[in-house]
Design a protein around this ligand. Sequence first.
Ligand code: TPP
Ligand code: MG
Length: 324
Amino acid sequence: MTLSSARRIELFRRMLRLRNVELRIESLYHEDRMKTPVHLCIGQEAISVGVCAHLTNDDSVSSNHRSHGHYLAKGGGLNELIAELHCKESGCTKGRGGSMHLVDTAVGHMGSSSIVGGGVPIGTGMAMAYKMRGLARVSVVFFGDGAADEGVLYESVNFAMLKRLPVVYIYENNGYSVCTTTRERQAQELIFHQVLPNKMWTQTVDGNSLDAVNAAAATAIALARSGGGPSLIECKTYRVREHAGSGVDRTGKYRDPAEIERWETHDPVHGLRADLLARGLLDQKGLEAMEAAIEAEIDEAFRAAVKSPLPLDEDLTRYVYCED
Ligand SMILES: Cc1ncc(C[n+]2csc(CCOP(=O)(O)OP(=O)(O)O)c2C)c(N)n1
Ligand SMILES: [Mg+2]
C-alpha cells in the first residue's frame, strides 16, 4: 500500500511531533520535575506511527515500558502524557503510573506494562475478547527483543495461532535489552518468525522506513480484521538513546560509538524530512510552520503540567482497586 502525498505529510507530522515531544522531555529531564524514569523511543518513531495509522479508536494497543510513541501514535492526549510524567493528578493515570503506565482507553491505548513481556498476553487476551464477541477489531501488541527472551511470548503466539485471533505482534528489534545485544541472548532469531511462517503471516522490515512499516502493517491489520488470524512484523531498528533517562553514552562501554553513528545517519525522521523536501511535497516555510505548531502544543502541555496539582495524600490508595 503506497501512501498518498497528503497522507505521507500527515504521518511525517506525527513522527516529528513524537520526536520533538521526546527531545523536550530529554532537554528538561535534568530539572528533576518529571519524577519518573523515561525510556525514549527516539529513532523508532516510524514503527508506532506507521502501525497506528491503520487503527481506529475501537482497535487496541498493548504497550511496554518504551511507550511514549505507542501512546501518542494511537492518539493518547499529549497534556495527559506530560502531566503523567510530572506525576500530577491530571496525568493519564492520575499521576500514579508514570511514563511506563500510559493509558487512554477512549482511543484504545489500553495500557503499557513495565514487566518485560507483560503486555503480550494482555493484548492477546484483548484479541480473544474481540473474537468471542464477534467484533471486527484488531489488537496490536508492541514488544521488544527483550520480550522475545520471555516464555510468555511463545505461549501467547501459540494460543493466537491456535484460535486464529485478530492480533498483530509488532516486534521492535532495536538490538539491545538494556546493555546486552540480541545476538548475545538468543540462540537463533525469533523462533515463531523463523520456524512457523506457514502458520502465521510474518515479515521483517526496515523499522526506520515509514513506507516499509506502513506497507507491512496494512497487510497484517487487514488480515486480522478479515478473520485471517495473527501475524508478526519484525521491525529492525535501533535504540539510539540510552536504555533509560536522557543522552547517549559514546564511551564504548557496551556498544561501539561507530554503530550509533551509523544508525544516526539512518534516522527515520531526518530521512523522511529530506525525502519530502527533495520531492517538493514540503517546502522550508511549510516545515517551519509545522514545527512551530508542534512546539506551541508542547509548550502548552508542559506549562499545564507544571502548574497542575499533585495527587492529595489522602487519595493515596484511590484507584488501587477498580471503583465501579
Ligand atoms: C520480566 C522483567 N525482566 C526484566 C526487567 C528489567 N528490564 C526492564 S526494560 C528491560 C529491557 C527490555 O528490552 P526490550 O524488550 O528489547 O525493550 P527496549 O528497552 O529495547 O525497548 C529489562 C531487562 C523487567 N522490567 N521485567
Ligand atoms: Mg530492545
